[in-house]
Design a binder for this molecule. Structure first.
Ligand code: ATP
Length: 233
């Protein structure tokens, strides 16, 4: 997530009664979205052209309702009640034309929050042009995350604040072990701020500068990506 997603999630949060979801497309991605929303107690209406996928979703109990229809047909979407949903997820990645037409239909039908799955950069651009409020590109995002964790295995988690700044959780570098936070001088030497350190499976926030860090535990720092890259990890 980054700043460009902020306004979308802000508007989602503002709509506190937001409990009704529709998922169009029951591929692996769509099914995962359905199952997670449904298990979290939300109403989920799923749509697919393939009757077998509709039946499967119902028998697996990952949806509240499921309908077989072609989402490129606005009349069919209206009749199924899609336009009354708070949030619609267009989970059609491999059929670009269908995905674009569906997203356009759903936005024109008045749905406030439309999330769409892209399968390429051009697909992502087109989805934004037809009005998708938030576009995800899971293959790209996972590839990016995997490559970053392979090149920096000491970084356990990374939260991108914007393209240049992050909050990262990292394993304490070997030569940091046994030193106190004050001795490390992270701010002066790396321009990084330490937010927390791990102790007995928990994170201690706002740590005392006299705390001695143990090798094998983790710390959380905030700073620019350039400065984070200078850490000996
Ligand atoms: P994966 O399965 O790898 O997650 P995906 O999420 O990109 O891939 P797709 O292969 O794009 O999934 O298929 C999504 C689903 O969308 C399929 O089950 C397909 O039947 C359905 N679908 C395609 N076109 C339409 C349409 N016009 N209306 C409704 N459902 C559709």
């Amino acid at each position: 997530m980054n700043l460009s997603s902020l306004s979308f999630f802000h508007s989602l949060r503002a709509d506190r009664k937001n409990k009704q979801f529709a998922v169009i497309g029951l591929g692996r991605f769509g099914r995962a979205v359905c199952g997670t929303l449904h298990h979290a107690g939300h109403e989920v209406l799923a749509i697919d052209t393939d009757m077998c996928k509709v039946d499967q979703a119902l028998s697996d109990r990952i949806v509240t309702h499921a309908r077989q229809l072609d989402s490129t047909q606005p009349a069919a979407l209206r009749e199924a009640g899609i336009f009354e949903q708070d949030t619609v997820i267009v989970a059609i990645g491999n059929y670009v034309q269908e995905s674009i037409i569906t997203t356009l239909n759903v936005k024109e039908g008045g749905v406030r929050h439309v999330v769409a799955k892209a399968s390429s950069e051009i697909h992502e651009k087109l989805l934004k042009k037809v009005g998708a409020d938030h576009v995800v590109f899971p293959e790209h995002e996972m590839g990016y995350t995997l490559a970053r964790s392979l090149t920096k295995p000491g970084i356990l988690e990374r939260f991108d604040l914007d393209p240049e700044h992050s909050i990262v959780e990292l394993i304490i570098p070997e030569n940091f072990g046994g030193k106190t936070i004050a001795e490390l001088q992270l701010r002066a030497r790396y321009r990084l701020n330490l937010l927390a350190f791990s102790h007995n499976g928990k994170f201690i926030i706002n740590p005392d500068p006299h705390t001695r860090l143990l090798t094998g535990t983790a710390i959380v720092v905030i700073g620019s990506n350039k400065d984070i890259d200078q850490l000996p990890i």
